[in-house]
Design a protein around this ligand. Structure first.
Ligand SMILES: C[S@@+](CC[C@H](N)C(=O)[O-])C[C@H]1O[C@@H](n2cnc3c(N)ncnc32)[C@H](O)[C@@H]1O
Length: 301
């Protein structure tokens, strides 16, 4: 019987939620230490059973939220009290608990009433985080949950700059948080915010360790791909050859072809290993009937 696939309560854009079943079927059966240098929202580790977890992402905001959620797993009630306090103070709707949106507003703006109702409070909360509660992980999390596309985005001056979204703190969020708390609560997890090269620098691997990597993809477009270049890609591939020499199992997610582009560096490198086709959830239709995206999982076992 298959376990339910958990989705991270960070609702990370480009997460692996829809692909988890395909991926975990290709993961090793027995995992000692699980390493994930590009954790993002964390959907992958939430669906992997291991003795210990070493998680990392160079986005410090997401890592701070993970740290906060892991800490909160000791006392979810306190966490939800904090959520309520902020929602009440900033007059944000919280449909997981009650429906406070006036019927007239719902009727007038059938598809956008959450955004209309929460806009003013959301902007105040944004000002709060930008002016004096800079790294408050709960406020950042609330901005993410109520924000546009459920993302975090900062301008060059470090100010959070996304607008309100047409969503709120609903039952799906609470259920994803419940799964997250339940999963992490008695686990041994180390988590940090380093560049992947530094992450690997001090690791000593032992038998049955497994590294899963989901880096930015060189040829697709995404907010977190901005600083990913051919040098990063080459460094990553070299690191994986090093893991292979040490006998450490790895699996790398990537995209070899995308809308007429191909990643030659990757395509040449992956010939050495096993390449599994993944049924991608990218928008994958179709130039003249040809699929223009190839998503792969590359393993050395
Ligand atoms: C494709 S996303 C991972 C998504 C994740 N698998 C999920 O399900 O949510 C790639 C991640 O790599 C991180 N990243 C980008 N450059 C990095 C670097 N040099 N070192 C470590 N992490 C990096 C980004 O912040 C982003 O979260």
């Amino acid at each position: 019987m298959h376990r339910k696939i958990k989705r991270s309560p960070l609702f990370y854009v480009g997460d692996k939620y829809k692909l988890m079943k395909q991926l975990t079927e290709l993961f090793p059966r027995e995992i000692n230490n699980f390493y994930e240098p590009f954790t993002g929202g964390g959907t992958v580790f939430l669906n992997v059973e291991a003795k210990r977890y070493y998680l990392n992402d160079n986005d410090k905001h997401f890592i701070n939220i993970h740290k906060f959620l892991i800490k909160s797993s000791d006392n979810p009630r306190k966490f939800f009290k904090g959520v309520e306090k902020i929602a009440n103070k900033y007059k944000l709707s919280k449909s997981y608990k009650e429906d406070i949106i006036p019927i007239a507003l719902k009727k007038e703006h059938k598809k956008t009433y959450f955004a209309r109702f929460n806009k003013v409070g959301y902007e105040k909360l944004r000002t709060c985080v930008n002016n004096y509660r800079k790294n408050d992980p709960l406020i950042l999390y609330m901005l993410l949950i109520y924000g546009f596309n459920r993302m975090l985005r900062f301008n060059g001056g470090g100010k959070f700059n996304l607008p309100v979204g047409n969503v709120d703190f609903n039952k799906n969020v609470v259920s994803a948080l419940g799964d997250y708390f339940e999963f992490v609560k008695d686990k041994k997890i180390k988590i940090g915010a380093k560049d992947f090269r530094k992450f690997f620098a001090d690791k000593k691997f032992v038998k049955n360790d497994f590294v899963y990597l989901d880096p930015p993809y060189l040829i697709t477009a995404s907010e977190y791909n901005k600083f990913w270049d051919k040098k990063s890609e080459a460094d990553l591939l070299r690191t994986m050859d090093m893991l292979n020499k040490k006998g450490v199992k790895f699996a790398l997610s990537n995209v070899s072809h995308y809308r007429g582009n191909k990643n030659d560096l990757l395509i040449n490198w992956m010939k050495k290993y096993k390449v599994h086709k993944i049924q991608s959830n990218y928008i994958s239709y179709h130039n003249n009937g040809k699929k223009d995206i190839k998503e792969v999982l590359i393993t050395n076992y």
